[in-house]
Write a protein that binds this ligand. Structure first.
Ligand SMILES: *[C@@H]1O[C@H](CO)[C@@H](O)[C@H](O)[C@H]1NC(C)=O
Ligand SMILES: *[C@@H]1O[C@H](CO)[C@@H](O)[C@H](O)[C@H]1NC(C)=O
Ligand SMILES: *[C@@H]1O[C@H](CO)[C@@H](O)[C@H](O)[C@H]1NC(C)=O
Ligand SMILES: *[C@@H]1O[C@H](CO)[C@@H](O)[C@H](O)[C@H]1NC(C)=O
Ligand SMILES: *[C@@H]1O[C@H](CO)[C@@H](O)[C@H](O)[C@H]1NC(C)=O
Length: 689
C-alpha cells in the first residue's frame, strides 16, 4: 500500500503540467466512464490530466478494460478513446478541448480536423427500481462540423476481453447477434460462480451493443486486424472470429462501426451500450444455514438479456432526460452550499451507487417476488466485505437524498440474518460476509469486531429511515433486535472498551470520545423508535439514560488543557473529528449541548491543514466523508466552507489517479489506499440536514 502511494506521488510530479483542455467543474483524480455496479466500474485515470485518448480506461482498481474509439473524417483517421497503437497503420489523436462531469455524465469534446466529436458517458442514476438495477451504461458519440462544410464520417469502437476477467489467461468465448440490435456477448469458457479474481467477477457476461441499421457493421477478431480493417476501410467486415481463446492470446476484440455519412453542423450520433450481467447475482444465507441465490431486480420485467439490451438502447432519450433533471436538481441543491460542494457531490453519486446491487428472489411457484427486495453493497477496495454496516452508515445520506427505500433494502439482509439466531454476538454484526457477492454471514461470530460502532450505526440508520419515510414496518419487525443492541450500548457506550471504530486503520483504542457519542446517540434513537411504536415508557427511559450519559460524557471527554473534546478520555492533548455528532444534528435530537458544537467549531479553526482537519492527533490523514459530516455540525459557515474547500482542493489537485479516495493526507493531499468506495455517498450529508 505504501509503495503505491509513493508511486502515485512520483507519477503526479511528472504529470503536473496543466491539461490543455478545460475541465468543468474541475479535473478529478479519475473520471467515471461506465460506473454502475461493482463490476461495471470503468474509469479514466487522471493524475495531472489524461485526455480520453491518452490512456486506457481501467476497472476502479487499475486493471485495463480495453476500450477503443476511432473516427474517420474525409478519410483521415483519428483516435478518440483509449491508447491503442495499430502496427503499420497511422492515425492521429483527436485533440481534447473540454471535459465536463455532472452527477450522471462525463462529457468529452475532442476536435478531429474539421469536426468536433462529443463523447458522452452516461451512467444512469435511477429511482425506478427496474432501471436502477440494470448494470449497463451508455457511450454516445456525436459528431458535428466546425467549419460549416459537410464531411464524410465513420465511427468505430471496440472492447477487449479484459472486461470479462481479472486474469487474462482465462479462456473466453463470444457470440454476436444481429437483429434490430448488434450485440457482442463475452463469456468465460469455465466461469466460476460467486468468484472474483483481482476484483473482477468471474462469471456472467459482458455485452457491447448498438442499434442495427444502415451503415452499421461489426467484427470480432484479433485487435490489430479488426482495428486496421476500420482504419484502412472505414467499415468492418461482419466477420465472426470463432477461434475462442484466452483473453490475452492474439487479443480478441469486439467492434461495432457506423458510417454517419455526410455530417454538417447539426450533430450526427451513434450510441453504444456496455453491460456486465450475471445471474444469479448474490448468494444469501437464510435461517438454518441454507443459502438462496438472488437475481437482479430487472428480471422482474425482462425475460432475456437481448430484450434488456434492446430496451436499454431504445430508452436512451428517456434516460438522458431523467439524468439531466437529476443533474440539475443536485447542482441546484448543492450550489446553495457552494460551487465547490456541488462538484464534490456530483463526483460522488455514481461512485457510491455503483457499489450496490438490488436483488429479488423467486417465490415458490418460480415467479419473481418483488416484495422480497434486498440491496447489497460491496466494500470496494478496503476489503470487499458485503453490507459492511460502518460503510453503509457513512454512505447513508446519498440514499436519504435520492431514495430512502434503498436504505431499508440495505439494512434488511442484516436484520433478517440476525433474527435468524445464527449470529452469536449480542451486538450488531459488522457485515454480511467477508466477500461480495457472498452474503453468507458470520455464524462463528468472528467478524471484524466493532460492537459499539455497528450497534449505534444500525439504530441511527433505523430511525433515519423511519423518519424520512414514515414507514415504520421495518422498526416494527425488528424492534426486539434493535432493543437488544440498545442494551449492549447501555453497557458499553459511555465507557467504551478497547475496540475498533470504523476508522480501523487507526487501530484500537479504549474510551473513544467520538465512539461514545455514537453509542449514546444510538440509545436515544431507540427511545425515539419506541416513541414511534407507541411505547412511551421505554421512550422515556432510554431518553433519560442517554441524557444522563451525555452529562457524564461531558465530564469524561473534556480536555483539561485546551477547549476541545479529546480523542479518548483522559488524554488531554488529543482531539479528533467528532463527526458522530452528525446524528444528533440530522435527527434534531438536541442531545448534546450547544456549547460542545461551539467549542469544537472554534477548535477546528486552529488545527486545519492545507487539505482539511486531520482525523485525529495520531496522524495527519483524514477522511473526506468525515470532513463533510463535520462541516455539517459546525456552527460557523466559514469553517463549514473550509472543510468543503479542503476536500475539493484534495480531489482536484492533480496528485492522485484513482477514483475518489476518501482517505488522504491533509498536508500532502495524496490519497492513502482507499479507492472508489461507496462512503463518498456521505458527501451528501449537507443536503439532508
Ligand atoms: C480493408 O483493409 C485491409 C487492411 O487492413 C485490406 O487488406 C482490405 O483489402 C480492405 N478491405 C476492403 C473490403 O476494403
Ligand atoms: C415474497 O417475499 C416476502 C418477503 O420475504 C415473503 O413474505 C413472501 O412470502 C414471499 N412471497 C411468495 C409468494 O413467496
Ligand atoms: C476509561 O475511562 C474511565 C473513565 O474516565 C476510566 O475509569 C478508565 O480507567 C478508562 N479506561 C482506560 C482503559 O483508559
Ligand atoms: C430502563 O432501561 C434499563 C436498561 O434496559 C433497565 O435496566 C431499567 O430497568 C429500565 N428502567 C425502567 C424504569 O424501566
Ligand atoms: C465530573 O467530574 C468531577 C471530578 O472529576 C466530579 O466531581 C463530578 O461528580 C463529575 N460530574 C459528573 C456529572 O459525572
Amino acid at each position: 500500500m505504501r509503495s503505491q502511494i509513493f508511486c502515485a506521488a512520483l507519477y503526479a510530479v511528472q504529470a503536473l503540467a496543466a491539461p490543455s483542455w478545460t475541465s468543468t467543474p474541475f479535473n478529478p483524480p479519475s473520471i467515471p466512464l461506465a460506473v454502475r455496479s461493482p463490476y461495471l466500474n470503468t474509469w479514466l485515470p487522471q493524475g495531472g490530466g489524461n485526455a480520453l485518448n491518452d490512456e486506457w480506461p481501467t476497472l476502479w482498481q487499475g486493471s485495463v478494460t480495453g476500450w477503443v474509439g476511432f473516427a474517420k473524417v474525409d478519410g483521415t483517421s483519428y483516435s478518440f478513446l483509449g491508447s491503442a497503437s495499430v502496427d503499420g497503420v497511422s492515425f492521429t489523436k483527436a485533440t481534447q478541448k473540454s471535459f465536463t462531469f455532472t452527477t450522471t455524465q462525463s462529457i468529452f469534446v475532442l476536435s478531429a480536423g474539421p469536426v468536433d466529436i462529443t463523447v458522452t458517458f452516461l451512467s444512469p442514476v435511477e429511482t425506478d427500481l427496474v432501471k436502477l438495477s440494470i448494470p449497463f451504461s451508455y457511450m454516445d458519440v456525436s459528431v458535428a462540423s466546425t467549419d460549416g462544410a459537410t464531411h464524410s464520417v465513420q465511427i468505430y469502437s471496440d472492447i477487449s476481453g479484459e472486461w470479462s476477467s481479472g486474469a487474462l489467461e482465462w479462456d473466453l468465448e463470444w457470440t454476436t447477434t444481429t437483429t434490430n440490435v448488434v450485440s457482442h456477448a463475452l463469456t468465460l469458457v469455465n466461469p466460476a460462480q460467486w468468484e472474483e479474481v483481482n476484483d473482477h467477477i468471474q462469471y456472467g457476461a459482458v455485452y457491447y451493443s448498438a442499434l442495427n441499421g444502415k451503415g452499421v457493421t461489426y467484427q470480432t477478431g484479433r485487435d490489430v486486424v479488426v482495428r486496421a480493417q476500420f482504419l484502412n476501410n472505414g467499415t468492418l467486415t461482419n466477420a465472426k472470429d470463432t477461434f475462442f481463446r484466452a483473453i490475452s492470446y492474439s487479443w480478441p476484440v469486439f467492434a461495432i462501426s457506423k458510417d454517419l455519412g455526410k455530417v454538417g453542423t447539426s450533430p450526427a450520433s451513434f450510441l453504444y451500450t456496455i453491460g456486465n450481467v450475471r445471474d444469479p447475482a448474490i448468494k444469501y444465507i437464510l435461517a438454518g444455514g441454507a443459502t438462496q441465490s438472488r437475481s437482479l431486480y430487472f428480471w422482474s420485467k425482462f425475460s432475456s438479456i437481448p430484450q434488456l439490451v434492446s430496451f436499454f438502447l431504445n430508452d436512451y432519450s428517456n434516460a438522458l432526460k431523467t439524468a439531466n433533471a437529476l443533474d440539475q436538481k443536485v447542482e441546484a441543491d448543492a450550489n446553495k452550499i457552494s460551487p465547490d460542494y456541488a462538484g464534490i457531490v456530483a463526483l460522488s453519486i455514481r461512485q457510491s451507487l455503483a457499489a450496490n446491487e438490488l436483488t429479488i428472489s423467486k417465490n415458490a411457484q418460480g415467479g419473481w417476488n418483488t416484495s422480497d427486495v434486498l440491496y447489497f453493497m460491496k466494500e470496494i477496495s478496503s476489503d470487499g466485505n458485503i453490507n459492511t454496516v460502518d460503510v453503509m452508515f457513512p454512505a447513508f445520506p446519498v440514499f436519504l437524498y435520492l431514495l430512502p427505500e434503498l436504505g431499508q433494502y440495505l439494512m434488511e439482509p442484516l436484520y433478517r440474518y440476525q433474527v435468524s439466531g445464527q449470529y452469536p454476538n449480542k451486538w450488531a454484526v459488522h457485515d454480511m460476509g467477508p466477500h461480495f457477492p457472498k452474503a453468507t454471514g458470520h455464524n462463528d461470530g468472528q467478524d471484524e469486531a466493532m460492537p459499539v460502532e455497528e450497534s449505534g450505526n444500525m439504530l441511527i440508520m433505523a430511525l433515519s429511515y423511519a423518519r424520512a419515510t414514515n414507514d415504520h414496518s421495518q422498526i416494527t419487525r425488528y424492534a426486539n433486535l434493535l432493543d437488544q443492541w440498545t442494551q449492549f450500548l447501555i453497557e458499553d457506550s459511555l465507557i467504551p472498551a478497547n475496540q475498533l471504530s470504523t476508522d480501523d486503520f487507526a487501530g484500537q483504542l479504549a474510551n473513544q470520545t467520538n465512539l461514545a457519542i455514537k453509542g449514546i446517540t444510538g440509545i436515544r434513537c431507540m427511545g425515539e423508535i419506541w416513541g414511534l411504536l407507541g411505547n412511551k415508557d421505554k421512550q422515556a427511559n432510554y431518553t433519560s439514560i442517554a441524557a444522563s450519559y451525555v452529562q457524564q460524557w461531558l465530564n469524561f471527554s473534556a480536555s483539561t488543557t485546551g477547549p476541545h473534546l479529546t480523542l479518548s478520555y483522559g488524554d488531554s492533548a488529543s482531539w479528533g473529528l467528532a463527526y458522530n455528532l452528525f446524528g444528533d444534528v440530522h435527527l434534531k435530537l438536541n442531545l448534546f449541548p450547544k456549547s460542545v458544537y461551539d467549542e469544537q467549531t472554534a477548535w477546528y479553526k486552529t488545527v486545519a491543514n492545507k487539505y482539511g482537519v486531520p482525523l485525529d492527533t495520531r496522524h495527519t490523514y483524514t477522511k473526506s466523508d468525515w470532513e463533510i459530516w463535520t462541516s455539517a455540525i459546525v456552527t460557523d459557515t466559514t469553517l463549514r466552507d473550509l472543510f468543503i474547500t479542503g476536500v475539493k482542493d484534495y480531489v482536484s489537485n492533480g496528485l492522485n489517479n484513482a477514483p475518489f479516495g476518501d482517505w488522504y493526507d491533509t498536508i500532502t493531499g495524496v490519497a492513502e489506499g482507499f479507492k472508489a468506495r461507496p462512503v463518498v455517498g456521505g458527501h451528501l450529508a449537507l443536503l439532508v440536514v
